[in-house]
Design a protein around this ligand. Sequence first.
Ligand SMILES: [Zn+2]
Ligand SMILES: [Zn+2]
Ligand SMILES: [Zn+2]
Length: 157
Amino acid sequence: MEVSAGIMKRTTTLSDQMQKDNNLEQRLQARHVQPTAMRLLVLDCMIRQKAAVSLSDLENRLPRSDRTTLYRTLKTFEEKGVIHQIHDDSGTVKYAVCPEDCSCSYPNDLHVHFYCSSCEKTNCFPHLSVPDFDLPDNFRPVSGNFVINGLCPSCSG
Ligand SMILES: [Zn+2]
Ligand SMILES: [Zn+2]
Ligand SMILES: [Zn+2]
């Protein structure tokens, strides 16, 4: 009895893992990105983070991959609209995974980010969209970067 329960549990875990890998693959394919093992690893790592990641963060979390490959992976993801850049007060470019329906266009996909000045983590809030500002004549926006500075829940308590 105990043995079969154990096997059942393991089977479920394995199929959950396969399901997750399929979803990641589909996500990349939907953006016309060939889902290589490296790209799946990076995407999985980024999705699991609660905060936006820098190149160095990724390097620390994926110690067996080299910086150049990670950088190229991020560039490809960015070009294809899988992730977007965030520029906060840390001075280091950070990246967050785009919502599945994102086209990284201005102003439709512009949303709020929050930079915590204490722990230096940046959160991405895709559900908080930024309005299409009525800019003065002849100011032609191409992209935007909206960051609120302050203290996150872990640091403001
Ligand atoms: Zn995007
Ligand atoms: Zn914080
Ligand atoms: Zn974002």
